[in-house]
Design a binder for this molecule. Structure first.
Ligand code: GLN
Length: 480
């Protein structure tokens, strides 16, 4: 990767350079804008807020010099295009919302701005966050910076590549079944999905409401902790957001402690797992042991059921959530429509892409009177069983360890050939999604072709502080 004097991997370095006078916020923004232009072929950004970012540079610079700056001053951040930012377009990578302008800002955006972050643009993703390769975007796939014939992962593909290719320091993504962690793994960066309800979903396009969470994608664990600390916490606009106090993730980041980790044996013996990923994970397990941690194999009986359970539930929830795009209130309206019924039918037929339509139809099916008990109600019960078993494992261990994904970034075009296979890619990430637990993906090496491999750690409910400090410790030991 090209090295440049502005290639920063954490905010604390930026801040000390600004403080010492060797860098200005304006120079930094200029650098990122330049990178975005040079790497526009990666298709990570859907829009760049160039003037606005430059206009904010002086204000943030002054605040830093005066010592009145917020925690995120100097942080240049991109946002996934399913998060509302007042006065800015937000498309959810769909034709349906092609011309939609947000009328209010998501709580996460308000909180970033209140701490002086500079938002540099909106990032490509899978349409309505449905997908794992960014190939369902109406605006085309995002290319992996390491090999541009390969996918970025998804659905937060633009977020991961923007960080990977140094087009911004950090990005926000959303994660329903792995959409922060899997692209982070494919791009060799850090991505954390917080505990369900830790971060407000207000202003975030709803996909599957009992799963959706916002989280950061960063180079360093330090920045992930910092961003999470800012965006987490009770929000009166999101009824399910937790009122539990948000720990100081950054000050706890340097707690070093020997930990007890379980790796799920079935995940390593899974037939779809790339042997190179398996050996990278086994190698990491040995390293963890050598570093003084207890690492033991455990068994998890439900691995074969997690993908089906996840897809039945999320499709059901999405069919309900996406019913609001009817061509009447907002979003795309077909010019061919002649009456109310054709407004609904044609607008939805023309406005949604293939994958979104597939999910709405399957979701409607599993919720329909004759099939509700066989699919939706049953999946709810299986979700409970999965949760109970994972919670039980976490009474004996601090973390569960798995690969983040069974493969490395694959060639663009392959996921369309076999939809079921692409769903099976989510086998490890959906464990934390179904159970609402916090989970992080950390870079843990590369395969023989130099493609990044990710390792997932799942923590206990609301124990993001331990997950982050342990992750920090791991990356420090490995000097990653
Ligand atoms: N790949 C998963 C899906 O398509 C995850 C998506 C997400 O987390 N938003 O549902």
């Amino acid at each position: 990767m090209p090295i440049d004097k502005y290639t920063y991997t954490k905010l604390s370095d930026i801040r000390s350079d600004i403080q010492s006078g060797s860098l200005s916020v304006k120079q930094l923004i200029g650098f990122y804008l330049q990178q975005i232009k040079e790497k526009s072929h990666l298709n990570a950004f859907l829009e760049v807020f160039e003037e606005e970012a430059l206009a904010n540079a002086a204000r943030v610079q002054d605040k830093i010099m005066l010592g009145t700056a917020g925690k995120l001053a100097g942080m240049v951040i991109g946002i996934k295009d399913n998060i509302s930012y007042k006065g800015h377009r937000m498309t959810a990578a769909s034709k349906m919302l092609e011309n939609y302008v947000s009328v209010y800002s998501a709580t996460v955006i308000e909180r970033l701005l209140a701490e002086d972050a500079i938002i540099i643009g909106r990032l490509n993703c899978d349409e309505f966050a449905m997908g794992g390769s960014n190939e369902t975007s109406y605006y085309g796939p995002v290319k992996n910076y390491i090999d541009q014939t390969r996918v970025s992962g998804g659905s937060s593909g633009g977020s991961a590549v923007a960080v990977q290719a140094n087009m911004c320091l950090a990005a926000l993504g959303t994660d329903t079944g792995g959409s922060i962690r899997q692209p982070a793994a494919f791009c060799g960066v850090v991505g954390i999905k917080p505990t369900y309800s830790r971060v407000s979903r207000y202003g975030v396009v709803a996909y599957a409401s009992s799963f959706d969470q916002v989280g950061p994608i960063t180079h360093s664990v330090e920045d992930a902790a910092l961003i999470l600390e800012v965006i987490a916490g009770k929000d009166e606009h999101d009824n399910v957001s937790s009122s539990l106090e948000v720990p100081d993730y950054t000050t706890r980041l340097h707690e070093d402690a020997p930990r007890k980790i379980a790796y799920i044996e079935e995940t390593l013996n899974h037939e779809g797992l790339d042997p190179e990923i398996k050996s990278a994970i086994l190698h990491n397990i040995e390293e963890l042991k050598a570093e003084g941690h207890i690492v033991e194999p455990v068994s998890f009986a439900y691995l074969d059921y997690v993908v089906a359970t996840y897809y039945i539930l999320t499709m059901a929830e999405s069919s309900s959530n996406l019913s609001r795009y009817d061509g009447v209130r907002y979003g795309y309206r077909s010019p061919k429509a002649t009456d109310l019924e054709s407004v609904y039918k044609l607008s939805r037929t023309e406005g949604f892409g293939e994958e979104v339509k597939r999910r709405i139809m399957l979701g409607t099916f599993v919720l329909s009177a004759g099939y509700y008990d066989a699919y939706y109600a049953k999946a709810q019960k299986v979700r409970r069983l999965i949760k109970e078993q994972v919670d039980e494992l976490l009474t004996q261990y601090d973390f569960l360890l798995t690969p983040t994904a069974p493969t490395v970034a694959y060639k663009i075009g392959t996921s369309k050939e076999d939809t079921l296979k692409s769903y099976l890619e989510d086998v490890y990430t959906v464990i934390a999604s179904l159970t609402g637990l916090p989970a992080i993906s950390l870079p843990c090496g590369t395969n023989s072709e130099g493609l990044p491999i990710g390792m997932q750690l799942i923590g206990k409910r609301f124990e993001e502080d331990k997950l982050l400090s342990f992750s920090n410790q791991i990356l420090k030991e490995r000097q990653l």
